[in-house]
Design a protein around this ligand. Structure first.
Ligand code: C2O
Ligand code: CU
Length: 592
C-alpha cells in the first residue's frame, strides 16, 4: 500500500477579490487550498509548517482516524496548536472508507481560507454498487467548493465574536459567497475570475461538492441539468436525481451530471444561501459560475433585446452569436425549508452491511443501543455587562448543548490530559478544573417547549459555561437524539458534526422528539454521514458504535455557533488488546 507525503506551508498570500488586494493565510499560496488525493489504504503524512503569526491546526474532516486520534486536529481537543515557526507531521492511514471529504484549519475562524478537498479513491473491492446506471464512464471529476470570501481579517472577527457574541456587520460585503473562491459576476470586480466548468456535450462529470462556508448553508444548481447524488460525506448513497442539491457547512456530496443540453449555449451554476429564518437574514448575493459547453459563445451581458438599428453589420452579427447564460427555470426560495427537509429525507444509504462485499459503507449499524443520549441544541445568552450588540443588551449571544455552553481548555488539550491522567501521572490544573464527566440523564432535562415561538426572555439566561465530556465504553452502541430549539433566534438548522467516525442517520422529524410516539427508525438503508442537519424546529436521531478509542469533538459546523459554545466532547475508552487501544502520541506532538 502507498504512502502519500506532503508539505503544507501555512503562510500569508495576497489575493485580489472584490476590487481589492487582501492578505490571507493559505496553504502553499493556494486559495482555496490544495486538493489531496489518496487511495484507500494509503498512509498519509503531511508536515504542516507554520510561517504565520497565528496558532494553527489542521483537521481531516471525515477521515475516521482509527487509532490515530493524535492526528485529528481540533485545537485544545486532540492537540495543542502548532505555534508560529513550529511544525507538526500529521500521520494517519485511510482505511475502510472512500469518497470525498476535506481538510480545514480547526482553530479560531482560520478555516475561512485554510481548506481544501481530501479525496480517497476507493480500492477495487469498494466500487460504487450502482455504477451500472451510469451510461459510459465519468469523463472527468471536479472539486466544487461552496464557500465565502471574507473581506475583513477573520482573526479579528473571531475575537470580536468571542468578546461580544456578535459580528459587526458595518460592511455589507463583510463576506461574499463564492464557488472555488470566486464570487462571480453578481459581485463587484468579480466577473473576470468567475468559476467556469468547461464541459463537452455528451460527457458525464463527477462533481465533488463541499460546503466549506463558515456560516452559510447552500442550495446549488446547474441551470437545465439534472444531478444524480451518489455519495454524501464520503459514503455511498442510493442514486437520487434532482435539479437542486442542499449542503450545510461541513457536508460533502458527489453528484454525476451529464452535459446533455444544447451545446451552443452555456449555463449558470448557482449557489444560493439557505436562510430558514428570514428574521435574521442578511441578504447576500448568490455566487454564480458557468457550466461552459465547448464551442458555445456566451456572454454575461446579454445584448439589449431590441437592438437599436446599427449601421455596423459586424457588431450586430457579433451580438447574434453571443448567447446569454441560461438561468435556472425554477429554484427554491431562500427560506424554503420544505424543499430542504424533503431533499434531506430522500438521501438513503446503500445498506449498512451488504453481504459479500467489503463496502466502503460497512460501518456497523447498531440495532440495539447501550447508551441513549438526548442533546438539546439551543441559542442562548450569557451575561455580559458591556455587551450591547447581542439580541438583548447586557448579554452576549451563546449557544449550548443541554444548556451547557462549551469552554475550550487553554493550557492543554483534552486528549493528552485524558491520556496521561489514565496513566496515573497526570497533574494538569486546567483539566482538573474544567474537564469532568457527566452522563445522561445528568445533563439538564428538557424543561420547556423547544420549538416554541416567539422568544421568551426568561429562557435567555439559561446557559451555563462548562467543558463537558461524556465517556463511552469501548464498543458501546450509542444513539443520540439531537433536538433543535428556538429559544432565542427563532428557527435555525444546525449541521452537527462528529469527529472520529461517521454515524447513521436513522430518523428525523419536526417538532419535539417524543419517545413515546414510537418513532420509526430506518435500520435498513440509513445514510452514513459525518455531518447531519438537524432541521429547523425539529430533531434527528443518529447511531454509531463507539469503537475508535480517543477524544472526539461533536459540534455544530456553523462557525458562529461553535464560537458561541454549541459543542461537547466524547471520550471513547480503550478496549482490549492493541487493535482497541490508542497508541502513544508521536514524538513531535505539539505542546501548549
Ligand atoms: Cu469540519 Cu470539527 O470540523
Ligand atoms: Cu448551529
Amino acid at each position: 500500500l502507498g504512502e502519500v507525503c506532503l508539505h503544507d506551508d501555512v503562510k500569508y498570500t495576497t489575493v485580489v477579490r472584490l476590487c481589492n488586494a487582501t492578505s490571507i493565510v493559505t496553504v502553499n499560496d493556494q486559495f482555496p487550498g490544495p486538493t489531496i488525493r489518496v487511495q484507500e489504504g494509503d498512509r498519509v503524512i503531511v508536515t504542516v509548517r507554520n510561517h504565520v503569526d497565528y496558532n494553527i491546526t489542521i483537521h481531516w474532516h471525515g477521515v475516521n482516524q482509527r487509532l490515530s486520534a493524535w492526528n485529528d486536529g481540533p485545537a485544545y481537543i486532540t492537540q495543542c496548536p502548532i505555534q508560529p515557526n513550529q511544525s507538526y507531521t500529521y500521520n494517519f492511514t485511510v482505511e475502510g472508507q472512500a469518497g470525498t471529504v476535506w481538510w480545514h484549519a480547526h482553530i479560531t475562524w482560520l478555516r475561512a481560507t485554510l481548506h481544501g478537498a481530501f479525496i480517497i479513491e476507493p480500492n477495487r473491492h469498494n466500487l460504487y454498487p450502482y455504477q451500472h446506471i451510469l451510461k459510459g464512464k465519468i469523463f472527468k471529476d471536479e472539486v466544487v467548493l461552496l464557500g465565502d470570501f471574507w473581506t475583513q481579517n477573520v482573526e479579528e472577527i473571531y475575537t470580536t465574536v468571542v468578546e461580544t457574541g456578535t459580528i459587526s456587520v458595518a460592511n455589507p460585503y463583510i463576506y461574499a459567497s463564492a464557488i472555488n473562491g470566486q464570487p462571480g459576476p453578481l459581485y463587484p470586480c468579480s466577473e473576470a475570475g468567475t468559476y467556469r466548468l468547461k464541459v463537452k456535450r455528451g460527457k458525464t462529470y463527477l462533481l465533488r461538492i463541499i460546503n466549506v462556508s463558515l456560516l452559510d448553508e447552500f442550495l446549488f444548481a446547474i441551470a437545465d441539468h439534472t444531478m444524480t447524488v451518489v455519495e454524501v460525506d464520503g459514503a455511498y448513497t442510493k442514486p437520487y436525481s434532482t435539479s437542486v442539491v442542499f449542503l450545510s457547512p461541513g457536508q460533502s456530496m458527489n453528484v454525476w451530471v451529464t452535459a446533455d443540453q444544447p451545446a451552443n449555449r452555456s449555463y449558470t451554476i448557482l449557489s444560493a444561501s439557505y436562510i430558514p429564518n428570514l428574521l435574521v437574514a442578511t441578504h447576500r448575493l448568490n455566487a454564480t459560475g458557468v457550466f461552459e459547453y465547448e464551442g458555445s459563445s456566451w456572454t454575461f451581458n446579454p445584448p439589449a433585446t431590441s437592438p437599436t438599428a446599427s449601421s455596423d453589420s459586424n457588431t450586430s452579427r457579433h451580438h447574434h452569436q453571443l448567447q446569454p447564460l441560461v438561468t435556472p427555470s425554477s429554484f427554491p426560495a431562500q427560506n424554503d425549508s420544505n424543499f430542504v427537509d424533503m431533499f434531506i429525507s430522500q438521501i438513503k444509504g446503500i445498506g449498512a452491511d451488504r453481504k459479500g462485499s467489503k463496502s466502503s459503507n460497512r460501518m456497523p449499524l447498531p440495532l440495539e443501543i447501550d447508551r441513549n443520549l438526548f442533546f438539546v441544541l439551543s441559542i442562548n445568552a450569557l451575561p455580559c455587562p458591556s455587551c450591547t450588540g447581542g439580541n438583548i443588551p447586557g448579554f452576549r449571544n451563546a449557544a449550548a448543548i443541554n444548556n451547557i455552553s462549551f469552554v475550550l481548555p487553554t493550557s492543554t488539550a483534552i486528549l493528552p490530559a485524558y491520556y496521561y491522567s489514565n496513566k496515573q501521572n497526570y497533574a494538569d490544573k486546567d483539566l482538573q478544573q474544567h474537564v469532568y464527566t457527566t452522563d445522561f440523564p445528568d445533563f439538564p432535562p428538557l424543561v420547556y417547549n423547544y420549538t416554541g415561538m416567539p422568544k421568551n426572555p426568561l429562557q435567555y439566561a439559561d446557559a451555563n459555561e462548562g467543558t463537558k465530556v461524556s465517556v463511552l465504553e469501548y464498543g458501546s452502541r450509542v444513539q443520540i437524539v439531537l433536538q433543535s430549539s428556538s429559544t432565542l433566534a427563532g428557527p435555525e438548522t444546525h449541521p452537527i458534526h462528529l469527529h472520529g467516525q461517521s454515524f447513521y442517520v436513522v430518523a428525523t422529524g419536526l417538532g419535539n422528539f417524543d419517545e413515546a410516539s414510537n418513532v420509526q427508525m430506518n435500520l435498513v438503508d440509513p445514510p452514513l454521514r459525518n455531518t447531519v442537519v438537524v432541521p429547523s424546529g425539529g430533531w434527528t436521531v443518529i447511531r454509531f458504535v463507539a469503537n475508535n478509542p480517543g477524544v472526539w469533538f461533536l459540534h455544530c459546523h456553523i462557525e458562529l455557533h461553535i464560537t458561541w459554545g454549541m459543542e461537547m466532547v466524547f471520550i471513547v475508552k480503550d478496549g482490549k488488546g492493541p487493535q482497541q487501544t490508542l497508541p502513544p502520541p508521536p514524538a513531535d506532538y505539539p505542546k501548549c
